[in-house]
Design a protein around this ligand. Structure first.
Ligand code: G6P
Length: 620
C-alpha cells in the first residue's frame, strides 16, 4: 500500500510529483503529501484525503524546488490525519522521508530514540525511520570523520535500514545536501526512471509513463543514490550492483476514462477485448491444445506434475477456485487453492512434483509475493499468472503467464478476474491434453474459447436489466449470493464485489450449504442472488431456490436466455447467454460486476475508490 514518487532534475518537481500521486492513488488514498527541497530548506505540504485535496492546498500555498518526494497513504499505524500523513521529518528537520511498508519493531526503536531526546509528533511507524536516519547522520557527522555529504547520507540511510524489521520502500531528502534523493527498499517496490539530466522515482512504473522509457527496478537491500545527473546503486552489503536498465512499454491512454464515468465500468466493458488478449497466440489448433511462451517448463516436467497449488488474495483467490475446478476436471491433477496470507506461514506437505501458481493482478501483493518466495525456497517450480508486466511477482517467478488485460484502475477487480479465469482455462486445456483429454475434446474447447469474446459482448447487454434490479434492491442491507459447482466461486466473487464498493454486507455460499446456517438470515428484506444457469445439477439449484422462496426471501436469478421456468420462481431474472458449464464463470460474473456497480452508484458510493481499500496491498 502507499505510493511513493520522487524527482530530481532541472524542472520544478511539483508537477511530476502531483501527477505521479494521482496515478498511484490506487495504492491508498487516506492522505497525500509532498516535500520539496529549495536552497537549504525543505517545504512540506500534506493533507488527509485525496490527492486533489493536496493539489488544492498547494495551489493556495505553492512550494518551489526541483528535488522532491511525494506520498499517497493507506493507513497502517495511526489513523488518517494531517499529522500522520507523509512526508515525515527526522531530527530537527534535517531529514524528510516517505515510506511504504510496515516497521514491525517501531515501538522498540521509538523508545530508544525518545530516550535519546527525539520528539515524536505522529502515531506512525514511519516517523521512527525519519528520526533513525537523522540520528545515524548525526552520529556519523559528530564522529568528525565524515563530512555532511551524499556518501554520509547514504550510509545513514543504510544504517537505519539495517535496524528496521519489517518492510520498507523509503525515499529520503536531506535539508543540508541539496539535490540528493536516496531511496532504498526491502519488500516494497521502487522503480527509478532515467531521463535526460533528470531522474524519477516511483512505487511502480505508472508515474513514469510519458516521462521516460528507461527504468530500473530496485531489488531488496539496494539503495539508489540519485541526483539530476547521476544515478548509482549501492547494496547494503557494500557492493555496487550493476544497473540493469529496462524499457518501459505502456501508453498513458490505457488508464484514461474515455466515454465512461468510472474506471470500473470501463473495465467491465473492456472484457470482450481483454479475454481476447488473454487468448491471443495461445490456441494451438493443430495439436488441439494451448501454448504459452513464458512457462519455462519442458513437457516432461509438465507431465510429471502430481499436484498444483494455486495461491493469491481477494479476487485472484476466487479465480484460483475456478482454476481448481477446471484443472481437476480437465487434467485430473489434484489442486489446492491457498490464501497466500496463510500459505506463507503454513507448511503443507508438497511433493517434488508440486507446481505453484501465484495468481495476482498487480504482481505486488505482499502476501502473494511472500508465499511465492516461501515455495521457491523449498525448490518448487513457482510460476505467476499476473497482469502487471515487470511487477515484483512477475520478475521473481520462474516463469508465468501474463494476462495482457491492460492497467486495471478500479479498486474492485473485474477484467483481471475474467482474464485470470481465461488463462486458467487455457492452462487446464494444456495440462489436460497431456493427460486425459482427447483431440476432439481439445478442439471443442478451443472453439468455445474462441467464441468467448463475442459471448461476453452479448452478456454485457444485460446492463439494462441489471439497472432495473439494482433500483429495486439497492437499499437492502444484506445479500446472499448462492451458486453451485463452477458458480460457487462466482457467488463468492459477486458477494465480494458488492461488499467492496457498496458497503452492503454480502455472503457467498454454495447454494446447498445455505441450509447449514445462512438460511437463518433469509427474510423479506434479504435478497438472494442465485447464479443458476443450466447445468448438470440445475434441478438441485432450483430446489435450493424454492427453499429461499418458501421463507419469503426475494430471489434475483442469473439464468440462461430462454429459461422461462426460473422466471416463474424468481422475483427478478437477469439473462445471460448459455455456454458450457466450465465457461460459465466468465459469463455469470459479468452481471454480478454490473449489479455491484449499479447498486454502489445508487447508494452514492465512490466505486473507483471505495473506503478503506487499496488496489494493491503491499503490506502484510
Ligand atoms: C486487493 C484488491 C483486490 C485484489 C486483491 C489481490 O484487495 O482490492 O481487488 O483482488 O488485492 O490483488 P492482486 O493484485 O494480487 O490480484
Amino acid at each position: 500500500m502507499c505510493g511513493i514518487v520522487g524527482y530530481v532534475g532541472p524542472k520544478p518537481a511539483f508537477g511530476y510529483l502531483l501527477e505521479g500521486l494521482f496515478r498511484l492513488e490506487y495504492r491508498g488514498y487516506d492522505s497525500a503529501g509532498v516535500a520539496l527541497q529549495y536552497e537549504k530548506t525543505i517545504g512540506i505540504r500534506k493533507k488527509t484525503g485525496r490527492v486533489s485535496q493536496l493539489a488544492e492546498i498547494c495551489k493556495q500555498n505553492p512550494i518551489p524546488g526541483s528535488c522532491g518526494i511525494g506520498h499517497t497513504r493507506w493507513a497502517t499505524h495511526g489513523e488518517p490525519s494531517d499529522l500522520n500523513s507523509h512526508p515525515h521529518t527526522g531530527g530537527n528537520g534535517e531529514v524528510v522521508l516517505v515510506h511504504n511498508g510496515v516497521i514491525e519493531n517501531y515501538s522498540l526503536l521509538r523508545d530508544r530514540l525518545r530516550a535519546l531526546g527525539y520528539v515524536f509528533l505522529s502515531a506512525t511507524d514511519t516517523e521512527v525511520a525519519a528520526h533513525l536516519v537523522a540520528y545515524q547522520l548525526q552520529v556519523a557527522v559528530d564522529a568528525g570523520t565524515n563530512p555532511l555529504d551524499a556518501k554520509t547520507c547514504v550510509q545513514a540511510v543504510e544504517a537505519a535500514a539495517a535496524q528496521i524489521k519489517g518492510t520498507y520502500g523509503l525515499a529520503v531528502l536531506f535539508r543540508d545536501v541539496p539535490g540528493l534523493l536516496v531511496a532504498t527498499r526491502l519488500g516494497s517496490p521502487l522503480v527509478v526512471g532515467i531521463g535526460r539530466g533528470e531522474h524519477f522515482l516511483a512505487s511502480d512504473a505508472s508515474p513514469l509513463v510519458g516521462n521516460t522509457d528507461q527504468i530500473v527496478y530496485l531489488k531488496d537491500h539496494e539503495t539508489a543514490v540519485i541526483t539530476a545527473d547521476s544515478f548509482v546503486l549501492h547494496h547494503h552489503d557494500g557492493t555496487a550492483p550493476a544497473v540493469s536498465i529496462q524499457a518501459l512499454v505502456q501508453t498513458s491512454r490505457d488508464t484514461e476514462l474515455g466515454e465512461f464515468e468510472h474506471h470500473m465500468l470501463k473495465e467491465i466493458f473492456e472484457q470482450p477485448q481483454t479475454i481476447e488478449n488473454a487468448l491471443r497466440g495461445r490456441l494451438d489448433d493443430e495439436e488441439a491444445t494451448a501454448k504459452f511462451g513464458g512457462l519455462n517448463l519442458d513437457p516432461q516436467t509438465l507431465r510429471a506434475i502430481d499436484r498444483i497449488v494455486l495461491t493469491g488474495c481477494g479476487t485472484s483467490w476466487h479465480a484460483g477456485l475456478v482454476g481448481e475446478y477446471l484443472i481437476e476436471g480437465f487434467a485430473r491433477i489434484p489442486v489446492e487453492v491457498e490464501y497466500a496470507s496463510e500459505l506463507r506461514y503454513r507448511n503443507p506437505p508438497m511433493s517434488d512434483r508440486t507446481m505453484i501458481f501465484a495468481i495476482t493482478q498487480s504482481g505486488e501483493t505482499a502476501d502473494t509475493l511472500a508465499a511465492m518466495r516461501e515455495c521457491k525456497r523449498k525448490g518448487h517450480p513457482t510460476l505467476a499468472i499476473c497482469n502487471t508486466v515487470g511487477s515484483s511477482i512477475a520478475r521473481e517467478a520462474d516463469g508465468g503467464i501474463y494476462l495482457h488485460a491492460g492497467p486495471e484502475v478500479g479498486v474492485a477487480s473485474t477484467k483481471a478476474f475474467t482474464s485470470q479465469v481465461t488463462v486458467l482455462t487455457l492452462l487446464s486445456l494444456l495440462l489436460g491434453r497431456m493427460r486425459h483429454l482427447s483431440y476432439p475434446e481439445g478442439t471443442k474447447i478451443i472453439g468455445q474459447l474462441r467464441a468467448m469474446p463475442d459471448t461476453i459482448r452479448q452478456t454485457l447487454k444485460c446492463f439494462d436489466q441489471v439497472k432495473q434490479v439494482a433500483r429495486k434492491y439497492y437499499t437492502a442491507e444484506n445479500f446472499l449470493y448462492l451458486g453451485r459447482l463452477f458458480n460457487f466461486p462466482v457467488a463468492l466473487e459477486g458477494a465480494l464485489k458488492l461488499k467492496e464498493i457498496s458497503y452492503i454486507h454480502a455472503e457467498g455460499y454454495p447454494a446447498a450449504e445455505m441450509k447449514h446456517g445462512p438460511i437463518a438470515l433469509i427474510e423479506k428484506d434479504t435478497p438472494s442472488v442465485f447464479i443458476a444457469p443450466r447445468c448438470e445439477i440445475y434441478p438441485k439449484v432450483m430446489s435450493n431456490l424454492e427453499e429461499v422462496k418458501a421463507r419469503r426471501g426475494p430471489v434475483i436469478a442469473i439464468a440462461c436466455e430462454g429459461d422461462t421456468k426460473i422466471a416463474e420462481l424468481a422475483d427478478d431474472v437477469i439473462y445471460v447467454p448459455e455456454v458450457e458449464e466450465y465457461l460459465q464463470p466468465l459469463v455469470t460474473s459479468i452481471p454480478l460486476q454490473l449489479l455491484a456497480y449499479q447498486i454502489a452508484i445508487l447508494r452514492g458510493c465512490n466505486v473507483d475508490r471505495p473506503r478503506n481499500l487499496a488496489k494493491s496491498v503491499t503490506v502484510e
